[in-house]
Write a protein that binds this ligand. Structure first.
Ligand code: HEC
Ligand code: HEC
Length: 231
């Protein structure tokens, strides 16, 4: 076995790589068994594992790690799934940005509205980092396909007149992470780009809308419910 993998002949070029991958898989199984014993989620699907690893490590200088504020723009439900590595499972999750290009300008208190195949309407609010997420237990009967819109009001919680609203014209067939299609930093044939309220950064700048630090300052009002859910 060992000899086959490490031999330096012409065949190794073709056969060595898949075998190495196989050995890595075996090592991962070993690691999983070890990890499983301390209670964390683990999975043996190499494609899933590669996708998760491809996202890279947490960036503590950008956000509080492993919190509701982390990894804005990334496909939340890739990790927050039964395959892990996160323990919590999300049926939907994503990040809303002000413009099409600036990763650092994200929309706090945006209302993300979902209409599912059962005509159930639900609305979720983004936090100071533009993130929203829906736990399985919070929308257990969610049925795809979905229609979705995103609204930001003038002063969420106080002045609920519309500042800007955008509706996705196609439906979401089955994908739980907005960012799987709205790929960060990619705006071309392959992706509509980050979810945005304005079509240009200039348009956003012209509005003079304040950006919120995250975690937010004490006087920041995090709206918990959309206007239609406040009674
Ligand atoms: C690369 C994998 C990965 C991605 C992508 C990811 N998370 Fe997480 N997240 C984790 C892990 C691991 C934790 C640690 C706690 C746990 O295991 O659930 C965590 C913790 C959290 C928590 C705190 C624990 C909880 O369930 O309340 C929240 C909230 C959260 N993430 C939201 C998000 C949102 C929103 C996104 C997308 C914008 C996202 N995460 C993207 C892996 C990820
Ligand atoms: C299956 C791929 C896919 C997923 C998943 C997806 N989108 Fe989209 N989205 C698109 C495409 C393609 C467009 C551009 C065409 C259109 O509007 O349908 C778009 C456009 C949009 C628009 C902008 C419409 C406009 O005004 O130009 C918004 C807002 C939006 N999506 C929100 C979301 C949210 C929120 C999520 C996650 C809950 C999400 N999308 C998940 C593919 C996707």
């Amino acid at each position: 076995m060992r000899r086959t993998i490490y031999q330096h002949d012409a065949n190794a070029k073709h056969e060595g790589a898949p075998r190495l991958a196989w050995v890595r898989g075996l090592l991962a199984v070993g690691a999983c068994v070890a990890v499983a014993s301390i209670g964390s989620s683990c999975n043996l699907d190499p494609v899933h594992r590669a996708s998760v690893n491809g996202l890279g490590p947490e960036e503590a200088d950008l956000y509080p790690v492993e919190s509701e504020y982390h990894r804005p723009g990334e496909p939340c439900a890739l990790c927050h799934s039964t395959k892990g590595p996160a323990d919590s499972v999300f049926v939907l999750g994503g990040t809303v940005f002000w413009g099409p290009d600036d990763y650092n300008a994200r929309v706090d208190n945006a209302y993300v509205r979902i209409l599912d195949a059962n005509k159930t309407k639900r609305c979720f609010v983004t936090n100071c980092n533009g993130n929203f997420y829906v736990r399985k237990e919070d929308f257990s009967k969610i049925t795809f396909p979905l229609l979705v819109s995103v609204e930001r009001t003038v002063k969420p919680g106080q002045d609920e007149s519309t500042l800007v609203i955008r509706r996705m014209s196609s439906h979401i067939g089955r994908e739980a992470s907005c960012a799987t299609c709205h790929i960060q930093g990619l705006r071309d044939f392959a992706s509509p780009g980050q979810i945005r309220m304005f079509n240009s950064e200039q348009e956003f700048k012209d509005k003079n809308i304040p950006l919120i630090d995250c975690p937010p300052p004490e006087d920041f009002v995090q709206v918990q419910k959309c206007p239609e859910d406040v009674n």
